[in-house]
Write a protein that binds this ligand. Structure first.
Ligand code: PMV
Length: 342
């Protein structure tokens, strides 16, 4: 399958890169099992503006070194010339950082696209590969789920098993296997997520869960998540909302048995119950967010219940396209307070 490349663009340039939510299979994907991930209609915007003065790359008004952002530092370690360029970046996100909704991956994809597009048109496979390498090295663990979703858009299956009609492959990095990425049917539903307000740290949770996977019960849970993900893909294909909801709940049960949940996530899931077909934690867990498939007509009730329970709720849809240049001014974003974190 071939994807439309991004057309070459000079600076000034504004890029939008979608965030993501994992539907099924987080953590298991780190062991090579398939995960299903959707690109969100919210994400991160990165504006590239040439600077008249010298002094290299600035981000949100600061010299890049002062920012201490691990994704940026890793990108410049791989592409040292980027730090020397007299360009000013402004970053805004429509998603909170460390929420499990892919704002760091979206920033990385926007960063890579903005630096590579002035060199010529950009293949989405290359965008996904460079962004994954940067994210993987910055986190020290992880799969290409987030960066591929942001580069491709839509709903994707990502795993170590080769499949027909692949979008692209990602070579093995460190202890991670090679991954294959392909498209999954999007039934076009409305989704919702709520951030718990508890920032998660992917690396420590992945390492903790990895120790559980190394036990006999952990191996059973891994097989259980792989089965739920397979059934979830079929249920999405049949547009069977009730079955998808049931499988989301089953996936959550397995994730909590792995120790990936958090009391605030459990509270949000309880608050969601009357309004949803099913719900689960999404992303690494240990904080972060929950994702739900609302019952038809129950979206507003769900968002209110989450807000009353102290969550930060979002109505979400799948973004059919991946990262892309935008015309017009930089949007203000819903989380200007998160600009230095992205
Ligand atoms: O960083 P998060 O919260 O989006 O988690 C990603 C999901 C994991 O499977 C736990 C890790 C990974 O890189 O796939």
């Amino acid at each position: 399958m071939t994807e439309e490349p991004l057309p070459a663009r000079r600076w000034p340039l504004l890029l939008h890169a979608p965030g993501k939510a994992i539907l099924f299979g987080e953590h298991a994907v780190v062991r090579g099992k398939t995960a299903l991930v959707m690109a969100l209609d919210r994400g991160t915007e990165v504006r590239f503006e040439p600077r008249r003065s010298h002094g290299g790359l600035q981000v949100n008004g600061l010299p890049w070194r002062e920012l201490g952002n691990p994704y940026l530092a890793e990108a410049i370690r791989r592409f040292p010339g980027w730090g020397e360029q007299d360009v000013s970046l402004t970053v805004r996100s429509g998603l909170p950082r460390a929420s499990g909704l892919g704002s760091s991956a979206a920033f990385t994809v926007g960063l890579v696209a903005g630096f590579l597009l002035p060199e010529g048109r950009l293949d989405r496979a290359r965008l996904a590969q460079e962004s994954y390498r940067i994210e993987r090295a910055a986190q020290g663990v992880g799969s290409p789920v987030d960066t591929s979703a942001s580069a491709a858009g839509g709903i994707l299956a990502v795993g170590a098993e080769p499949r027909e009609g692949e979008l692209w492959d990602l070579p093995s990095e460190g202890s991670s296997p090679a991954f294959h990425v392909s498209r999954v049917k999007d039934p076009g539903w409305s989704w919702a997520a709520s951030y718990s307000g508890v920032a998660k740290a992917t690396g420590p949770v992945v390492r903790r869960v990895g120790e559980v996977f190394d036990t006999a019960r952990g191996q059973e849970i891994l097989a259980g998540i792989a089965r739920v993900t397979r059934d979830g893909e079929r249920a999405l294909g049949r547009e069977d909302r009730a079955d998808v909801g049931h499988l989301l709940a089953e996936n959550h049960r397995l994730l909590s048995e792995l120790g990936a949940s958090h009391p605030r996530l459990e509270m949000l899931l309880r608050a969601a119950e009357p309004f949803v077909e099913g719900a689960k934690l999404t992303g690494a867990g240990g904080g972060g967010s929950v994702l739900a498939l609302p019952r038809e007509g129950q979206e507003a009730g769900l968002l209110k219940a989450w807000a009353r329970a102290g969550g930060v709720p979002y109505r979400l849809a799948v973004s059919p396209g991946g990262a892309r240049p935008l015309d017009g001014p930089l949007p203000v974003g819903d989380h200007p307070d998160h600009v230095a974190g992205f």
